[in-house]
Write a protein that binds this ligand. Structure first.
Ligand SMILES: [Zn+2]
Ligand SMILES: [Zn+2]
Ligand SMILES: [Zn+2]
Length: 140
């Protein structure tokens, strides 16, 4: 079994050509991917619905998480090991680069626990930062 099949298997998914292809695209990129990018890449091979279902099954199983970085297009990125079915632990900063337009998961920065006033229960937190990413700042 190759690495892609191992991952798909580990998340309790059946192996399909589409899942294998989409996963390999995520593994090859450090940044988050939009639906449009994925469609551009595989539009000739799979229809929109198949790609949508693939992303949805990945997100449901805890393999990918969706990111709303304020750009208007939902992006997807690989989760860290901590995620599992129906339970995501992606409380990390999402960094959007204003130069290349890519969004990155920043797992190295510790997010402090927020103390909310009595009666408030946090279910979801979104941390997003904007600036210049490391590969763009190297160029200038
Ligand atoms: Zn996750
Ligand atoms: Zn950049
Ligand atoms: Zn992320």
């Amino acid at each position: 079994m190759n690495k892609l099949h191992q991952i798909i298997h580990a998340y309790g998914l059946r192996k399909t050509k589409c899942r294998t292809d989409v996963l390999s695209l995520f593994l090859a990129n450090k940044h988050a991917l939009t639906h449009a990018t994925i469609e551009q890449q595989f539009g000739d091979l799979y229809d929109r619905v198949t790609l949508y279902r693939t992303l949805h099954s990945f997100e449901e199983k805890g393999l990918l998480h969706s990111i709303n970085d304020g750009s208007g297009a939902v992006k997807y990125a690989l989760c860290k090991e901590a995620c599992n079915q129906h339970q995501h632990h992606d409380n990390h900063i999402h960094f959007s680069c204003t130069a290349c337009g890519q969004t990155f998961c920043i797992n190295e920065v510790h997010i402090p626990t927020l103390r909310m006033p009595a009666g408030y229960q946090v279910k979801e937190l979104h941390f997003s930062a904007q600036g210049i990413c490391n590969s763009c700042s190297r160029v200038s």
